[in-house]
Design a protein around this ligand. Structure first.
Ligand SMILES: *[C@@H]1O[C@H](CO)[C@@H](O)[C@H](O)[C@H]1NC(C)=O
Ligand SMILES: *[C@@H]1O[C@H](CO)[C@@H](O)[C@H](O)[C@H]1NC(C)=O
Length: 355
């Protein structure tokens, strides 16, 4: 464990030294085409990526949770899926103000985020991505999306939403491992379901594949933004060794790196739009990834479960009518987009705001 870590730190320090070679800004401006980073959209999507961590399924399904407010007000959930066996959670809904279907995936809920992060140092590229020669990915992340209850119910909900709302944009988001799942989902929608208006935005996402995979991904889902925050450790994992480009993980573009510049008592927040290499040495690669707290806050929004390390769910018996439980004990709560918003919703509102 130690040796691997320090080897990687050494590489990170090397990249750090290579950063200040100048000329970057000009180059970045020169290749400034797709995808375009939209700060406002990022501040909205981060709230969805945060809300999907909530464990009270009633509040989530009726969009009345404490995080289901502010910029995401009025969101209409169509499907909420909880894979109990693998401790995964995701939802699909329609954001009228964005005129888009929003899909969000929860990050890891393992007993300790430290353990999860330490494991990431050792993850192998252990799966060939189907039908993409030489593209290798992380089997665990791939399976979390492709080989669980998650994928069929997400795809089914997207189908229902499109039937009702037409061919509106699809925005896929997630934080941490949820970001990895969001990327696989976006790719799946484009490759296997002929969706042409897919946009992916992830927060604090780990690497998920090699350079060949990253390049396929970039061609197929060009409208992707991968936000990283300051010294957040997770985007540095699994490690990238710049001198072994064929053998290691490699991020896809486009990174947007959030960091602070301190000038005396003044601190400025910078949002740097990085180059299209996926591993821009002047972005998060220019610092050591050594912070978990930077992983847990994006745009001032707290990311993560209220009770870390549990895969607990809470559900009102009134929701049973909307639910399906499969053989593995997984939950799928569904709503027909054509039906009016839940009665339960109104009842809850009334209970909370007595006149
Ligand atoms: C950025 O996104 C917001 C929210 O979707 C949208 O209202 C705005 O028009 C977008 N800005 C640009 C420049 O595309
Ligand atoms: C997919 O998941 C199931 C259930 O978790 C497991 O038994 C199966 O081995 C997995 N498939 C592959 C190809 O790993």
């Amino acid at each position: 464990m130690r040796m691997g870590t320090s080897k990687w730190l050494f590489v990170a320090i090397c990249s750090c030294l290579l950063v200040f070679s100048g000329g970057r800004e000009l180059k970045a401006r020169h290749i400034d085409h797709l995808p375009i980073y939209n700060h406002t959209l990022a501040t909205i999507l981060v709230e969805y990526a945060s809300a999907v961590y909530m464990s009270d399924l009633t509040e989530l399904f009726t969009w009345t949770c404490s995080k289901c407010d502010d910029l995401t007000k009025g969101f209409e959930i169509i499907e909420l899926v909880v894979d109990i066996q693998h401790c995964l959670q995701g939802f699909v809904g329609v954001a009228k103000d964005l005129n888009a279907i929003v899909i969000a995936f929860r990050g890891t809920q393992e007993s300790s985020i430290q353990n999860w992060i330490e494991d990431l140092f050792w993850k192998q590229l252990d799966l060939n991505y189907p039908d993409m020669p030489d593209a290798m990915v992380h089997l665990g992340f791939y399976h979390a999306y492709h080989n669980t209850t998650i994928r069929p119910s997400i795809l089914n909900a997207v189908k229902r939403a499109k039937k009702f709302y037409g061919d509106i944009n699809i925005m896929v988001t997630g934080h941490s491992m949820g970001g990895a799942m969001a990327a696989f989902c976006g790719l799946d929608l484009v490759v296997n379901h002929k969706a042409h208006n897919v946009q992916v935005m992830t927060f604090g996402q780990p690497r998920i594949g090699n350079a060949v995979f990253a390049s396929y991904y970039g061609e197929l889902v060009p409208n992707t933004i991968r936000v990283t925050n300051d010294h957040d450790i997770v985007p540095h994992l699994p490690p990238y060794y710049r001198y072994f480009p064929q053998k290691t993980y490699h991020h896809f573009a486009r990174e947007v790196w959030l960091y602070n510049i301190g000038l005396g008592s003044l601190v400025y927040r910078v949002e740097k739009v990085c180059d299209l290499s996926g591993e821009d040495p002047s972005c998060s690669n220019s610092v050591t990834g050594n912070s978990i707290s930077d992983h847990l806050t994006y745009y001032g929004v707290e990311m993560g479960g209220e009770t870390a390390g549990t895969c607990r769910i809470v559900m009102d018996p009134g929701l049973v009518n909307y639910g399906i439980t499969d053989l593995g004990g997984n939950f799928i709560l569904s709503r027909d987009p054509a039906s009016p918003l839940l009665k339960l919703n109104t009842q809850l509102e009334n209970d909370r705001n007595p006149l």
